[in-house]
Design a protein around this ligand. Structure first.
Ligand SMILES: [Zn+2]
Length: 58
């Protein structure tokens, strides 16, 4: 019973989103704690980093 089934889920959607965010760098916020590779999640009135729980008010 070899595990030959590879997860064939290509994160095309996620990738597209990432690319999109790359084009909107002026809007996207980067986490000052995690570095420029981590984007902050945008919420109504704040940005939130899911990695280090950093919170930044708008
Ligand atoms: Zn962070």
């Amino acid at each position: 019973m070899a595990k030959k089934k590879v997860k064939n889920k290509i994160p095309s959607k996620k990738y597209a989103k990432y690319k999109l965010e790359g084009n909107k760098l002026t809007r996207a916020r980067l986490c000052p704690k995690c570095g420029p590779a981590v984007f902050l999640g945008e919420h109504k009135d704040r940005f939130y980093c899911g990695k280090c729980n950093y919170l930044e008010m708008k």
